[in-house]
Ligand binder design. Structure first.
Ligand code: FMN
Length: 147
């Protein structure tokens, strides 16, 4: 299927056949797309939880207006946008970036200061909005790849 054909095929499923499961390889591919979602400065201010526990899925269903999709779908991914994003997250990001990329220390520290200035000057409400918008981007990308 072309990208447009797969999006034309995609729809918000209301009733799942709970005997059918996404293959492990397809699901791994979907999870990989989460890691590759774009985010502001690459800071990834979100988390993705794959909920396998049946009791927890039943509890979540209750909180989602008892929609049967929450328990009947093959897999359930919970997208969480971070509401507690802090300076230490930027420090951890810089540490990791320096580990995996060859960035000179001075350049990394300048980048950290620039991000801290831009992100930490936001109000709590603006940080919540900033993180949730980015989480929606990841949801959109995941829906497209799933289709
Ligand atoms: C933010 C958001 C929340 C949604 N919540 C639900 C929901 O709780 N239950 C549901 O069945 N569909 C939900 N949908 C799916 C929309 O109802 C659906 O995408 C829209 O009606 C268009 O239909 P389609 O996706 O099948 O083309 C949601 C979609 C978005 C973007």
């Amino acid at each position: 299927m072309s990208p447009v054909e797969s999006l034309e095929w995609r729809y918000a499923t209301k009733k799942f056949d709970n005997t059918k499961r996404i293959s492990d390889s397809d699901f791994k591919e979907i999870l990989k797309t989460l890691q590759l979602a774009p985010s502001s400065y690459g800071l990834q201010p979100f988390e993705f939880w794959v909920i396998e526990d049946e009791t927890l899925r039943a509890e979540l269903k209750e909180r989602a207006f008892n929609q049967p999709q929450v328990t009947d779908a093959s897999h359930l991914i919970l997208f969480l946008s971070r509401t507690d994003f802090a300076e230490t997250d930027i420090d951890k990001f810089i540490e990791l970036s320096q580990e995996v990329r060859d960035i000179p220390n001075e350049q990394a520290q300048q980048y950290a200061e620039m991000m801290k200035g831009a992100v930490l000057s936001k109000s709590t409400r603006d940080i919540e909005e900033w993180t949730s918008l980015q989480t929606y981007l990841a949801i959109g990308q995941t829906l497209k790849v799933a289709a």
